[in-house]
Design a protein around this ligand. Structure first.
Ligand code: 13P
Length: 251
């Protein structure tokens, strides 16, 4: 089975409502008949409007950037998966390093969020990746292994098969320093073999693993050309329609 290739944008906390709609419209208009799936990870306030815009385009979907693990209740300021689903988004980005670092999201909490997203039949885009010190100590595979083991590998096969993984080395996020294609390939291959060990080679072969960290039009083709890199999770370069469209066309 051919793996789903995806170019996903993560707008983070950027773009006001009008700017967000304009950006989504420009991407929707420029997508044409692209066969590759593109996903816009937008702020919660934009989910409904952007869902309405992407509905008209095949292969364009919307993601939330976070959710609460509970179905509903007294959690002032939080957003549930049911709410996200009710406005038309199909994906939820979970475990981004910024959520882990600034909002203290740990393995156990992320496992609970993954469960809630899957229970509601949405798709988690689960982020993993190591800080610079871990890369320099050459323990990055063990670091990512623990992230996967503690927040994903409790899943039964049928649920795990729905998950999209995004490997985002923290030292490459927003820094302009991209992992080299070889570094990305090595880690993606390692992740795939961890999945094969836990589940099966067949499951590993069909799991989409995205690379994130300073992906731009100039490097997307080479990164996406690596055998185990199935696309990207793109921050800064997803905020400009022309750049993101070029990235979508980089497979
Ligand atoms: P940049 O593409 O801006 O480095 O951000 C990557 C990222 O964090 C996507 O989730």
């Amino acid at each position: 089975m051919k793996r789903q290739q995806i170019a996903a944008g993560n707008w983070k906390m950027n773009k006001d409502y009008k700017e967000g709609r304009d950006l989504a419209k420009a991407i929707a208009d420029g997508m044409g008949n692209s066969e590759n799936l593109a996903i816009l990870g937008v702020p919660a306030t934009h989910l409904k409007a952007v869902s309405g815009i992407v509905k008209k385009v095949a292969n364009l979907e919307v993601a939330a950037q976070n959710c609460h693990q509970a179905e509903s209740g007294a959690y002032t300021g939080e957003i549930s998966v049911g709410m996200i689903k009710s406005v038309g988004a199909k994906y939820v980005i979970l475990g981004h390093s910024e959520r882990r670092e600034y909002f203290n999201e740990g393995h156990e909490l992320l496992a609970a969020k993954v469960n809630t997203v899957l229970e509601k039949r949405l798709i988690p885009i689960f982020c993993c990746g190591e800080p610079l010190a871990i890369r320099e100590a050459d323990t990055h595979v063990a670091h990512v292994k623990q992230q996967l083991e503690e927040s994903l590998f409790h899943l039964k096969t049928k649920d795990f098969r729905k998950v999209v993984i995004a490997y985002e080395p923290i030292w490459a996020i927003g820094t302009g320093v991209t992992a080299s294609p070889a570094q990305a390939q090595d880690m993606h291959k390692a992740i795939r073999s961890l999945i094969a060990d836990r589940y099966s080679v067949a499951v590993a072969d069909e799991t989409t693993i995205l690379y994130g960290g300073s992906v731009k039009p100039a490097n997307a083709k080479e990164l996406f050309g690596q055998p185990d890199v199935d696309g990207g999770l793109v921050g800064g370069a997803s905020l400009k329609a022309a750049d993101f469209l070029q990235i979508i066309d980089s497979f």
